[in-house]
Design a protein around this ligand. Structure first.
Ligand code: FAD
Length: 415
C-alpha cells in the first residue's frame, strides 16, 4: 500500500486526534496513524482534569527543592529512578536550569494563555461537537488535611493572583459546603473556579470519530518505523502497514516522540514520567467537583458510576513496569479525604507515560532541520487540558496561517 495525503499525523492520543479534527474541519486531507488503538497511550486512563489553574510549570523552584528527596525515596509521589542515561542527565540539567525563578516566571504566562485558550475551546466543543464527553466546568477544589499544607498552598496562590489566575482560599466550612462528600477532618483548601473535568477516553475516541466524519483517514495498528528525506523534507513514511507520502508530517507521538524523531535524525528532549490511576466502581459518596488532594498528591475525577484516583510521577524511561505499592498508597491516602475509598471495588488499574520536556512547556513547532515536519509533543501533566489549543495551533501552523498564540516559546529550537 502507498497512500498519499496532505497531512500525516503520527500518534492517536489527544494531541494527534485534536490536530486531526481541526485540520479536517478546515478541509485538509488528513491521515492519522496509530501504532496501537486511538487513545491507548497516555490519553486513556489519566485524571481527565482540565486545569487552567496549573499554569506553574513542573520546572519551578518548588520542584527543585523536592528534587533531592525524589532521588532517594522510591515510594514518594515524585521519583527519579537513578540510572546512567546521557539523555536523562542532559534533561535533568536543563530541568534544573528551567526551574530557576526567573525562567519559571517567563514560562508561567505562556502556559496560562495556552490553558485558558484550551479551556475556552472545550466549552465550545461541548456545545458544538455533537457528543457528550462529560465536560463540566464548575471548578475544582484542592483540599488540605494539615495546616502546613494549607499554608504552602496559600503561598502559591499569591503567584496566581499576580498572574490573574482566578483562585480563592477556602476554610474548612467553605470546603465542606463546596464539596459535601469530603470527610470533616479536612482543614480547608483552594477553589479554582475555572477548572473542569472530562472523561478523557470518551473525548479522544469521540473526537477521532468526528474527525473521521469530516474525512480524516484513521489507521490503527499502524506504526511509523522509518522515514525517507531529501533536501530537508520528509518524502516518505514507512509503516508496519505500507508507505505514506505526505505534504506535511505531524509528530504527536507523546513519550515515544524522541524514538520516532531519532528515525528522522532529530533530537526531542522528552522524558517519560510514569503515573498511575485506579478507577473504583460505585464509591459510597460521589463528589460533585473534581478534587486535588494536597498531601496525597493525587487528583480525583468523578466519572458518574465510577471514580478515578490519579497521581505519582516517576522518571524511569519508557518503562511500563507496575508497582502495586504505589497504587495501594494512592488509594489509601485518598481515603483520608473521602469516605470508603480504601474498600471500594477497583475496576481498573492503569499506568501511562507523560511526555515531559525539561522546561515544562510543550513543543508545538516546525522541526529543526525538516521543513515539512511539525512536532506537537511534550505536554507532560497537562496534555488533556492543552489538547484542543494544541490541535488548533497545529492546524494553523500546517495551513500557513498566523497562529492564535505566539509559538516562539514553544519552539523546538529552544533546546
Ligand atoms: C496518571 C496521569 C494523570 C494525568 N492526569 C491529567 C489530567 O488530569 N489533566 C491533564 O491535562 N493531563 C493529565 N495527564 C497528562 C496527559 O494524559 C498527557 O499529557 C496526554 O495524554 C499526552 O497526550 P499525547 O497525545 O501527547 O500522548 P499519548 O496519549 O501517549 O499519544 C501518543 C500516541 O502515539 C502513538 N505512537 C507512538 N509511537 C508511534 C509510532 N511510531 N507510530 C504510530 N503511533 C505511535 C502511541 O501509541 C500513543 O497512542 C495525566 C497523565 C497521567 C499519566
Amino acid at each position: 500500500m502507498d497512500s498519499k495525503t496532505d497531512v500525516l499525523i503520527v500518534g492517536g492520543g489527544v494531541i494527534g486526534v485534536c490536530s486531526a479534527y481541526f485540520l479536517a474541519q478546515q478541509g485538509a486531507q488528513v491521515t492519522l496513524i496509530e501504532k496501537d488503538e486511538i487513545a491507548s497511550g497516555c490519553s486513556y486512563g489519566n485524571g481527565g482534569l482540565i486545569v487552567p489553574s496549573h499554569a506553574v510549570p513542573l520546572a519551578s523552584p518548588g520542584a527543585l527543592g523536592a528534587g533531592l528527596r525524589w532521588l532517594f525515596d522510591s515510594e514518594s509521589p515524585f521519583y527519579v529512578k537513578p540510572r546512567m542515561d546521557a539523555e536523562l542527565i542532559r534533561w535533568l540539567a536543563s530541568f534544573v536550569w528551567a526551574s530557576r525563578e526567573g525562567q519559571m516566571l517567563k514560562s508561567l504566562p505562556v502556559l496560562r494563555d495556552l490553558l485558558f485558550a484550551s479551556r475556552a475551546l472545550y466549552e465550545e466543543l461541548a456545545k458544538t461537537v455533537g457528543f457528550d464527553f462529560g465536560f463540566e466546568g464548575k471548578g475544582s477544589l484542592l483540599v488540605c488535611l494539615t495546616k502546613q499544607a494549607l499554608e504552602k498552598e496559600r503561598r502559591e496562590t499569591r503567584l496566581f493572583e499576580e498572574f490573574k489566575i482566578p483562585v480563592s482560599m477556602v476554610n474548612r466550612d467553605e470546603a465542606l459546603e463546596l464539596e459535601p462528600a469530603l470527610l470533616p477532618s479536612v482543614v480547608g483548601g483552594v477553589y479554582y473556579p475555572r477548572d473542569g473535568r472530562i472523561d478523557p477516553q470518551r473525548f479522544v475516541v469521540g473526537l477521532a470519530e468526528k474527525a473521521q466524519g469530516l474525512g480524516a483517514q484513521l489507521h490503527t495498528k499502524t506504526e511509523a518505523i522509518g522515514f525517507e528525506s531529501n533536501s530537508g523534507r520528509v518524502t516518505k513514511v514507512h509503516t508496519t502497514r505500507g508507505e505514506f507520502t505526505a505534504g506535511q508530517i505531524i509528530l504527536a507521538s507523546g513519550s515515544w516522540s524522541p524514538q520516532v524523531a531519532r528515525a528522522l535524525r532529530a533530537r526531542i528532549p522528552i522524558q517519560p514520567a510514569k503515573g498511575y490511576s485506579v478507577t473504583v466502581e460505585n464509591p459510597p459518596v460521589t463528589p460533585r467537583l473534581p478534587l486535588l488532594f494536597s498531601e496525597a498528591r493525587v487528583v480525583i475525577n468523578p466519572l458518574g458510576h465510577a471514580l478515578r484516583i490519579a497521581g505519582t510521577l516517576e522518571l524511569a524511561g519508557l518503562d511500563f513496569s507496575f508497582n502495586p505499592r504505589r497504587v495501594a498508597a494512592m488509594q489509601t491516602a485518598s481515603s483520608e479525604y473521602l469516605p470508603g475509598l480504601a474498600e471500594a471495588k477497583v475496576i481498573e488499574i492503569w499506568r501511562g507515560l507523560r511526555p515531559c520536556t525539561p522546561d515544562g512547556l510543550p513543543i508545538v513547532s516546525r522541526a529543526k532541520k525538516l521543513e515539512n515536519v511539525i512536532v506537537a509533543a511534550g505536554h507532560a501533566m497537562l496534555g488533556m487540558s492543552l489538547g484542543p489549543i494544541t490541535g488548533k495551533l497545529v492546524s494553523q501552523l500546517a495551513r500557513g496561517e498566523s497562529t492564535q498564540l505566539d509559538l516562539i516559546p514553544l519552539s523546538a529550537e529552544r533546546f
